[in-house]
Ligand binder design. Structure first.
Ligand SMILES: [Zn+2]
Ligand SMILES: [Zn+2]
Length: 150
């Protein structure tokens, strides 16, 4: 699952992003490609601020609102996932269904590979008159390091 992509995988991922942008009638800009690549390279849950710090080296003058807008666009295109786990919003390059665990003390977030059946929750939301889009499972507690530190 996790791990550095080979150059071939990376160019395939970039080609997929270009195709997804064109399909939606969105312009293919270097900003969008750089931010998409950074997200894949970082290969973990990141805040828009972290992406901005990395992106500024390659995109001088890029602003935080631009980074947010680009990450949200990548999310719409199915290239990223927005994760709300109680802290700042995180962007996750892993788009398939998975749950998260978050440390209450240091805020670290990790993936949990468990089968999730969100169907019942989504059905109950529908019955309550909502148009549900996503469901999120977040387990909270202390991570091993924080627990060891007492
Ligand atoms: Zn912790
Ligand atoms: Zn995740």
């Amino acid at each position: 699952m996790k791990g550095t992509q080979t150059p071939a995988e990376e160019s395939a991922a970039e080609a997929r992003l270009v195709a997804a942008l064109r399909e939606r009638g969105q312009r293919v800009t270097s900003q969008r490609l750089v931010i998409g690549r950074l997200l894949r390279e970082l290969d973990r849950h990141v805040t828009a601020e972290e992406v901005l710090r990395r992106a500024s080296e390659q995109l001088p003058g890029v602003s935080l609102p631009t980074v947010y807008a680009t990450l949200d666009l990548l999310t719409e295109l199915g290239e990223a996932r927005r994760v709300s786990v109680g802290g700042p919003v995180l962007y996750d390059p892993r788009v398939e269904d998975h749950a998260h665990v978050r440390c209450r003390e240091c805020g670290r977030v990790e993936d949990l590979d468990v089968p999730l059946d969100a169907g019942r929750a989504l059905g109950a939301a529908r019955a309550a008159g909502f148009a549900p889009e996503t469901a999120e499972l977040v387990v909270e507690g202390r991570c091993a390091a924080c627990a060891a530190a007492g």
